[in-house]
Design a binder for this molecule. Structure first.
Ligand SMILES: NC(=O)c1ccc[n+]([C@@H]2O[C@H](COP(=O)([O-])OP(=O)(O)OC[C@H]3O[C@@H](n4cnc5c(N)ncnc54)[C@H](O)[C@@H]3O)[C@@H](O)[C@H]2O)c1
Length: 331
């Protein structure tokens, strides 16, 4: 298949590119703006086997140049960090909503298959049970609200123009190449450095963890077998409180629990996410990596790949960290 992967230099997009080259032999073009979270280093081992276009999804000229000779668009490109959406929502509106609109127009003009990569956060928080694809959309943050808006726009292009769209909503991903502002890499790198581990609120927020390659497989099932106009949840096999995630990381890195430091909670912090993925499982998908195995693999990867994360823990990231947590990061 000839795929345009938007946001393919990010965490999940780069994993997807690697997986599609390895397991499907696809012809891949990546379109990426290379924001702070997108890095050529994420594609270091496959860069010679793809076409890379540096540009923004909200720029019709860049999209037009990238989409040439593609059969399908898979859109990962997004501003993705909830904390940054609280302090500066504008970029989220431009990329997540306006950018999605430009991609949908490009797909409509050329009659391309379109897959939107989305998130469980569009459903908001759930105390018990799990969200299905029919659950109401109740986003809590500017991040999830803009992802939700994009999903609705995608659905409208199916209903109005007959575009062959599919939405795939993943639960919290973790694994190699994730930017260190997110919970798991933040805790791993701080633990490796012997720094404090800042845990929001009481640490009892529950997330439904999904190993990143399993999400890549889930999106592939939705692309290949998903019915046009449908949405598929892709939830991980395990749920875990943040504090238990942190304790497992401390144990895997040989550090003491005394490094844990509870900090002021994030405004509007969703308590629990949980996805029912029966619809995607009915297409043949199943997650292969449980949290116990996935977190051990992830800690090993960060321990062995300082070349990847050392350059990040300078400049923009240090400034962001200090502004956000009110203290400097230990080098
Ligand atoms: N990380 C998760 O746990 C998770 C879970 C479910 C769904 N998702 C969704 O998966 C997608 C990828 O998430 P991620 O964690 O890999 O994010 P990420 O922040 O690591 O990567 C985002 C990528 O998009 C690129 N990008 C940002 N703005 C762009 C623009 N305007 N034009 C072109 N490229 C742009 C960035 O440069 C980067 O390469 C997002 O749509 C996100 O909403 C993420």
């Amino acid at each position: 298949m000839r795929l345009l992967v938007c946001g393919g230099a990010g965490f999940i997009g780069s994993t997807f590119v690697r997986l599609r080259l390895r397991e499907y032999g696809d012809d891949v073009t990546v379109l990426d703006k290379l924001t702070y979270a997108g890095r050529r280093e994420n594609l270091h081992d496959v860069i010679d086997n793809i076409r890379f276009v540096h540009g923004a999804i909200e720029d019709p000229a860049a999209v037009g140049a990238a989409v040439i000779e593609c059969d399908a668009i898979v859109n990962f490109a997004a501003e993705t960090h909830v904390d940054r959406s609280i302090s500066g929502p504008e970029a989220f509106i431009i990329t997540n909503m306006q950018g999605t609109h430009v991609l949908l127009e490009a797909a409509r003009e050329r009659g391309l298959r379109y897959v939107q990569v989305s998130t469980d956060e569009v459903y908001g928080s759930i105390d018990s049970g799990s969200f299905t694809e029919f659950s109401p959309l109740q986003p809590s943050s500017p991040y999830s609200a803009t992802k939700c808006g994009a999903d609705l726009l995608v659905s409208s292009y199916y209903h109005t123009y007959g575009l062959s769209t599919t939405i795939c909503r993943g639960s919290n991903n973790y694994g190699p190449y994730q930017y260190p502002e997110k919970l798991i890499p933040l805790m791993i790198l701080n633990a490796l450095a012997g720094d404090h581990l800042p845990v929001y609120g009481d640490g009892r927020n529950v997330r439904n963890w999904l190993y990143v390659e399993d999400f890549g497989h889930g999106i592939s099932y939705a692309l290949a077998h998903g019915a046009p106009g449908e949405t598929y949840n892709c939830g991980g096999p395990d749920e875990c409180e943040n504090i238990d995630v942190v304790r497992q990381i401390l144990s895997l890195t040989g550090r003491e629990d005394s490094l844990i430091e509870y900090v002021k909670d994030r405004p509007g912090h969703d308590r629990r996410y949980s996805l029912a993925s029966d619809k995607l499982r009915a297409l043949g998908w199943t997650p292969r990596v449980d949290f116990h195995e996935g977190i051990a693999r992830t800690v090993d990867w960060y321990r062995s790949n300082a070349w990847w994360w050392e350059p990040i823990r300078t400049g923009e990231y240090l400034e962001y960290y200090e502004r956000h947590y009110g203290r400097a990061l230990k080098p």
